[in-house]
Design a protein around this ligand. Structure first.
Ligand code: GLU
Length: 491
């Protein structure tokens, strides 16, 4: 049987790491098995804190960004259209009617107030909370009367009162549940929208899904869904519950650990291949020791559900940054430059849109920082000195001044450099370096005693890319101007 998987995000906000990991695993399984990957929007929870329609664009963009495009979804359509649950309401209503007619589901007229009182009582008595099944056993004439009065109702699934449910999970192995401990789950809400349990089950069946990959937090819903499959006489797909993701302190991943949603990743500047490599390892491994850097093709070749562990996955931001730095360094400079320019525009260092001269400047300076960049947004700080209005000593690092601007040969050095740089026939890294070496020899100082003060004088700081590349990228005019300003001040 051909594999068919679905990623089923709810538009509750920008997709977070857990969502993205599920989507990546779905995509990988489909790729590996030559199967189909569809994406379905689960938008049936309309409560204001759970429904954020603007996040639908984020869901779409995240998949495009990662390059894990589905074979079918609401964006392109496909043979299982519609892919948006709120457009499928009649399908769920029809199934629910059948369930009620067969006695597998029932209308519940209990008011919010009654349910609240019930919950409180259960708490006081210290018994597990859950619906007390009052309406499951409602006398027939009461039900007829409530219906005649058009009282609002929900539809609940009548769970078996005995027996065990056996879940054969592809990750966790066999998990058993006592049916009698399961709540009579709401399937259809009073607003006519289905709950997740009903909608996901019906859609997975109608869409022919073979494998359900989802977060471990959904494990508790498995017995209810399996029971639904049983009473509908449908064969259940394979379930694979993906391990929970924790922070390095082994607490549930949250904002405290750093932003972990798609928007934040994009804003900070993570490359898609780094995100995929990192996220895929949150709960899956190749089994090969010390194998962490994997290309997408290597991952596809190796991916299988059996490589997924049930142990919690640890989200280590430092590791993600390290990985991203690796992929930045191994990218073509032109790509990184193109990706960095928008950050410089946003920071106001380049005009919007940048002029051709600015783009040419960016092309010279950004590749010099590529080695040191861990996330693209760092480019703003890293190349800041290329743009700064340095007016000695304003804008200069105080420690750098104290260390290098007071050395005995400073004035002679600056004078000679200005003279030499003015008359260089060509402004190339090699020519700048040769001139600097010659000046060092003339002055009888070590090469480092040329390099360090020159760096401070021209950049305001002691760290940065290679000095001669830096001067070349700064350009002759800017370099001379900075050297002259320092000299004027020191004289
Ligand atoms: N709509 C659910 C969510 O966003 C999907 C759970 C599932 O994959 O079945 O978490």
């Amino acid at each position: 049987m051909a594999v068919k998987v679905r990623y089923a995000p709810s538009p509750t906000g920008s997709p977070h790491v857990g969502n993205l990991r599920t989507a990546i695993y779905d995509w990988l399984l489909a790729k590996k098995e030559g199967g189909e990957f569809l994406v379905r929007l689960e938008d049936t929870d309309r409560s204001p804190d759970r429904y954020a329609p603007e996040s639908i664009a984020d869901i779409e963009e995240s998949l495009r960004y990662l390059g894990i495009l589905p074979d079918s979804w609401w964006v392109t359509g496909g043979k299982d259209t519609p892919y948006v649950q709120s457009e499928r309401l009649p399908l769920y209503a029809e199934i629910v009617e059948g369930l009620i007619a067969q006695g597998h589901a029932y209308k519940c007229f209990c008011t919010k107030e009654r349910l609240e009182q019930m919950r409180q009582r259960q708490q006081e008595l210290g018994i597990p909370s859950g619906y007390d099944r009052r309406c499951r056993n409602l006398p027939l004439d009461d039900r007829a009367r409530y219906e005649a009065e058009n009282l609002p109702y929900v539809v609940r699934l009548a769970m078996p009162l005995e027996g065990t449910c056996l879940l054969k999970d592809a990750v966790r192995g066999e998990v058993k549940y006592e049916y009698r401990l399961q709540d009579d789950q709401v399937l259809l809400k009073s607003d006519g929208f289905p709950t997740y349990f009903l909608a996901a089950t019906v859609d997975d069946r109608l869409m022919g899904i073979t494998h359900i990959l989802r977060g471990e937090e959904w494990l508790g819903s498995a017995p209810k869904m399996i029971h639904l499959y049983n009473v509908l006489e449908w064969e259940a797909p394979v379930f694979a519950h993906l391990p929970v993701i924790l922070g390095t302190d082994r607490k549930k991943l949250s904002k405290r650990h750093g932003s972990t949603n798609f928007r934040a990743f994009i804003e900070q500047g993570y490359l898609p291949e780094a995100l995929i490599n990192f996220l895929v390892l949150l709960g899956w491994s190749t089994g090969e020791e010390n194998r962490e850097l994997l290309s997408i093709n290597e991952i596809i070749e190796r991916f299988s559900l059996s490589g997924i562990t049930e142990h919690p996955a640890i989200f280590d931001y430092e590791k993600l940054k390290w990985m991203n730095g690796h992929y930045i360094r191994s990218s073509q400079p032109g790509r990184i430059t193109g990706l960095c320019i928008p950050y410089l525009v946003k920071a106001g260092l380049l005009s919007n849109p940048p002029t051709p001269e600015e783009v040419a400047y960016a092309r010279r300076i950004i590749p010099l920082e590529q080695e040191r960049m861990k996330v693209l947004s760092e480019v703003v700080d890293l190349v800041g000195f290329f743009f700064k209005e340095l007016n000695y000593p304003n804008g200069y690092d105080e420690k750098a001044i104290a260390k290098w601007m007071g050395v005995a040969h400073i004035k002679a050095l600056l004078e000679k450099e200005i003279a030499a740089f003015e008359s260089l026939p060509e402004w190339t890294t090699e020519a700048i370096e040769a001139a600097s070496r010659a000046i060092g020899e003339e002055l009888g100082v070590k090469f480092a005693e040329v390099v360090h003060p020159t760096r401070v004088a021209t950049t305001g700081q002691t760290v940065g890319p290679g000095l001669f590349e830096t001067l070349w990228a700064l350009g002759r005019e800017r370099t001379l101007e900075r050297l002259r300003t320092v000299l004027a001040h020191l004289s």
